[in-house]
Design a protein around this ligand. Structure first.
Ligand code: DND
Ligand code: ATP
Ligand code: GLN
Length: 539
């Protein structure tokens, strides 16, 4: 057998805008790959500037800084080939590019053909499409280059094959959503079927605002079979040997429940949001309910107990059970815990407002005040300590507006904003079954959800059952079904019309909500752009 070609797959956690830091991360991978005998290092899409750099890409100085850093990086790459993604500008035109760097210089450049402009992607705003091929020879193997969305349609891979490629290396920044890896296998298998080319697919890893990149880089054989898959939600530098037209290394992933992927995505999203934005720690209002319990568990897994602080703020409506359950969770999880009774603040606000509310009945105003007092206390602690407030609203609440502006919506990062209430319970059950034992007390999982803003309140008095609510939201929001189509699936007409009405009316709240991790194919973020002011009614 001829000496194999060794491809180092560098699954890196790059930081948007940290151009010199990313260059160091790439160079470190190149140095380690060279020491391990690799011939070529494959890095993620746009690794030099981070992904997505959004409107930074429109700033000429940003593009120039990338060019300067790329030139400096090239000098350091000696005795090995590196494929590095960067935003290129050629004669006033910007491309999403990959440089082939060898022995101190850029020897070839590839410009991405297919610019994704759906879901969370906006690449047509920033780049022009390339049309050419980039194929180079290493150890007698002709290697072709594609970038991410290129391989989600036919075309670019064929162009590489027609230019003589025998192996396709793909740089990717492919964000996570539930079951995304299966989808990646499917589309890449289509490309292998189109071209017969074996593939190495290197993905980005890490959190970037609402997106989490899950890594999971992989290699496919010329028959489309999975030869190798790397780790998920972690950096990795893997050496893959390619000889006689096939991969010589085998490593197949264990099958994992979707809860494991989603939980790890949330953990990485929180860790990187705080880490990359320089927060020393996190603050959470702990109510004895399931949403704040899950948020606390995720925060501790992301940051360690010593960087997380929980505050229970009982009112006269808080059940003793809520205090007991909060204390029990803290006993298990070991974070700093404080109790601040809000009754004095409630009384003061009531007195201040009494003359102005004379003759008016009590209503949601008084409930929202409690939520806002808690929000104000948490924000004061945040200002004083530098820790960020993590909000606890889930996707069902974000959809229906079941949260108080400047109250429980006050904070910096909304950890579970893309998790339906029904899935909140699944994640808690999954986390409780992990080594180390259950961290969320059973009672929190079995008691009916309540906002505890007035006596004997229960969420299900004012909302359809969560199984029904979540299914209606998902059908309308993620599948674009009409209310009539959802009713035809067997959901009660009144629930469908009410839910769709709430979804529509609460756009203004979502626009004021903190960012949070996206885990579904359509979250309330970049991929949900509805007008606030609108007279369109479909229910
Ligand atoms: N289109 C629009 N653009 C901008 N602002 C708009 C607006 N429409 C109303 N508004 C304003 O929004 C305000 C009303 O919103 P807001 O003050 O939040 O109050 P609101 O939505 O009326 O009440 C809060 C809701 O959240 C529920 N809640 C509260 C706390 C915790 C939980 C829980 O489950 O944990 C649930 C509570 O039961 C209630 O249904 C008003 O000031 C109104 O003027
Ligand atoms: N007594 C409390 N002490 C501290 N924080 C509270 C308290 N009550 C509410 N909060 C905060 O406000 C958030 C929303 O509160 P609420 O309990 O009303 O609804 P929820 O959506 O059912 O959330 P959870 O399941 O966490 O209770 C909570 O997750 C928590 O962060
Ligand atoms: N960065 C990209 O081109 C991503 C496109 C592709 N649909 C993905 O999610 O993987």
């Amino acid at each position: 057998m001829k000496t194999p070609l060794t491809v180092a797959v560098a699954q890196l956690n790059c930081v948007v805008g940290d151009i010199s830091g990313n260059a160091r991360r790439i160079l470190d991978a190149v140095t380690r790959a060279k020491a391990a005998g690799a011939d070529v290092v494959l890095t993620p899409e746009l690794a030099l500037c981070g992904y997505p750099a959004e409107d930074l890409l429109l700033r000429p100085a940003f593009i120039e800084a990338c060019a300067t850093e790329l030139a400096a990086l090239a000098v350091e790459v000696q005795g090995i080939t590196a494929l590095v993604g960067y935003p290129a500008e050629v004669e006033g035109v910007r491309y999403n590019a990959a440089a082939v760097i060898r022995d101190g210089r850029v020897v070839d450049t590839y410009f991405k053909h297919r610019l994704p402009n759906y879901e969370v992607f906006d690449e047509e705003r920033y780049f022009e499409a390339g049309t050419g091929a980039c194929v180079f020879e290493l150890k007698g193997v002709r290697v072709g280059v594609n970038i991410c969305a290129d391989v989600w349609e036919s075309g670019a891979a064929e162009v590489a094959r027609e230019a003589g490629a025998e192996l396709l290396l793909v740089l990717n920044a492919s964000p996570f959503h539930m079951n995304k890896q299966q989808r990646r296998y499917e589309v890449l298998r289509e490309r292998v079927a189109d071209t017969g080319l074996p593939v190495a697919y290197c993905n980005l890893v890490g959190g970037q605002d609402e997106l989490v990149f899950d890594g999971g880089s992989f290699a496919l054989d010329p028959d489309g079979g999975l030869a190798w898959q790397g780790s998920v939600f972690a950096e990795e530098l893997a050496m893959l040997r390619f000889a006689e037209g096939a991969w010589q290394d085998r490593q197949l992933p264990e099958s994992r429940p979707v809860e494991a992927d989603v939980y790890e995505a949330l953990v990485l999203g929180v860790r990187d949001y705080l880490g990359k934005n320089g927060f020393p720690g996190a603050l959470i209002g702990l109510s004895g309910g399931v949403d704040s319990a899950l948020t606390l568990a995720i925060a501790v897994d992301a940051l360690g107990a010593e960087r997380v602080r929980a505050v229970m703020m009982p009112s006269p409506y808080t059940a003793q059970m809520s205090l007991d359950d909060s204390r029990e969770m803290i006993r298990r999880i070991g974070v700093r815990y404080d109790e601040i009774a809000i009754e004095p603040a409630m009384r003061t606000f009531a007195e201040l407002l009494a003359p102005h509310f004379a003759g008016l009945p009590e209503d949601a105003t008084e409930e929202n005040l409690q939520s806002r007092i808690r929000g104000m206390l948490l924000m004061a602690l945040s200002n004083k300590t530098g820790a960020i407030v993590l909000t606890t609203g889930n996707k069902s609440e974000m959809a229906t507006g079941y949260a108080t502006l400047y109250g429980d919506m006050a904070g910096g990062f909304a950890v579970i904003k893309d998790i339906y209430k029904t899935f909140v319970y699944r994640l808690c059950a999954w986390r409780n079954a992990q080594p180390g034992g259950p961290v969320i007390p059973d009672n929190i999982l079995t008691r009916p959800p309540s906002a505890e803003l007035k006596p004997d309140q229960c969420d299900q008095d004012s909302l359809p059952p969560y199984e029904v609510l979540d299914a209606i939201i998902a059908a309308y929001m993620e599948e674009d079904l009409s209310p009539d189509e959802i009713i035809a699936r067997g959901y009660p007409e009144a629930d469908v019309k009410r839910t769709v009405g709430m979804l529509r009316r609460n756009e203004y709240k979502r626009r004021q909500a903190p960012p949070g991790v996206r885990v579904t194919q359509r979250g309330f973020g970049k991929d949900w752009r509805y007008p606030i002011t609108s007279r369109y009614r479909d229910a």
